[in-house]
Design a protein around this ligand. Structure first.
Ligand code: DC
Length: 234
C-alpha cells in the first residue's frame, strides 16, 4: 500500500453511483476518516419528519431553523473496528436515515440554504484533523474547494437503479424498481438544479465512471491517481 499524504479527498457524484462504498473502502485502505455528508442531510430530514415539520404544503422552514438553532446534536461516532455511524444525541440513527421515506424528503430539505450552512459548519469541524475522505454532492465545489484530490463519480442510469434497489432489498426495506427509478430521477433533478451549491463536477475533479468496474479496480485507479499527482513511488 502506498503512503498517502495528509490530504482531504472529496468524492462527489450522482445518487447511487457507489460513492459511499468507494469512499469507505478508500478510507479503510489508507487509514483515513470517512465522513458521509449525505447522512447529515438525512439526519436533518429525520428531525424534520419527527417534529412534524414536513406536510403536503411543504417544509416548515421557520420551525426547522428553530430546531437546529436549539442545538440539534447530530454527530458521527466511529467504533474501533468499523465505519462511522450517525448519532442524534445518544441514539444511533444510521438505519432510520436510509428508509425510502427519508430519501423522498431529503433533496428538498438539503436545498434549504440555512440547512446547508448548518451542515457545512459541522463537516468542517469533524474534518479539523485532516486525513479525511468525504462524500457528497458539493464537497469539491463548496465544502472543501481546496481539497487536494477531487473525484466525481458517475455510472449508467440502469446500473445506479439496480444498485439502489438491491441495497434496499438487502436491508429489508420494501421498494419497487419503479419507485427507485422515480426517486433517483427526482433527486438528480433537485440536486443539480437547486439555487445553493447544486451538484456539479468541480473543474479540477477527476471523473470516475464505475458502471463496469469492481471495487478493487476503483482502488487501483485512485492509487494510480495519487501516485501520479503527488509523485509517490510504490
Ligand atoms: O448521498 P445520499 O444519497 O445519502 O444524500 C442524500 C441527499 O442529500 C441527496 O439527495 C442530496 C443531499 N446531499 C447534498 O445536497 N449535498 C451533499 N454534500 C450530500 C448530500
Amino acid at each position: 500500500m502506498i503512503k498517502v499524504p495528509d490530504i482531504i479527498i472529496a468524492v462527489d457524484g450522482w445518487s447511487s453511483t457507489g460513492k459511499s462504498t468507494f469512499a469507505k473502502f478508500v478510507a479503510k485502505r489508507f487509514g483515513f476518516l470517512y465522513l458521509d455528508s449525505g447522512a447529515m442531510y438525512r439526519g436533518v430530514t429525520l428531525l424534520a419528519m419527527e417534529k412534524g415539520l414536513i406536510s403536503p404544503e411543504g417544509i416548515d422552514e421557520d420551525g426547522l431553523r428553530k430546531e437546529l438553532e436549539a442545538g440539534y446534536d447530530l454527530h458521527f461516532e466511529r467504533p474501533d473496528d468499523g465505519a462511522t455511524q450517525l448519532f442524534s444525541g445518544s441514539r444511533n440513527i444510521e438505519k432510520e436515515i436510509r428508509t425510502m421515506e427519508v430519501s423522498s424528503y431529503v433533496s428538498p430539505i438539503s436545498a434549504v440554504a440555512f440547512v446547508r450552512s448548518w451542515v457545512d459548519e459541522r463537516l468542517h469541524a469533524f474534518s479539523a484533523n485532516g486525513r479525511v475522505v468525504m462524500d457528497g454532492r458539493d464537497i469539491g465545489t463548496t465544502v472543501f474547494p481546496d481539497a487536494e484530490l477531487k473525484i466525481f463519480m458517475t455510472a449508467s442510469a440502469d446500473v445506479r437503479a439496480k444498485r439502489r434497489y438491491d441495497e434496499l432489498i438487502l436491508k429489508g426495506t420494501p421498494a419497487t424498481m419503479e419507485e427507485v427509478v422515480a426517486n433517483l430521477k427526482e433527486r438528480d433533478y433537485i440536486d443539480s438544479h437547486r439555487a445553493t451549491s447544486p451538484l456539479r463536477r468541480a473543474d479540477d475533479a477527476f471523473e470516475l465512471d464505475n458502471s463496469e468496474m469492481t471495487l478493487h479496480e476503483e482502488l487501483v485507479w485512485i492509487q494510480g491517481l495519487i501516485q501520479g499527482k503527488f509523485g509517490i513511488l510504490d
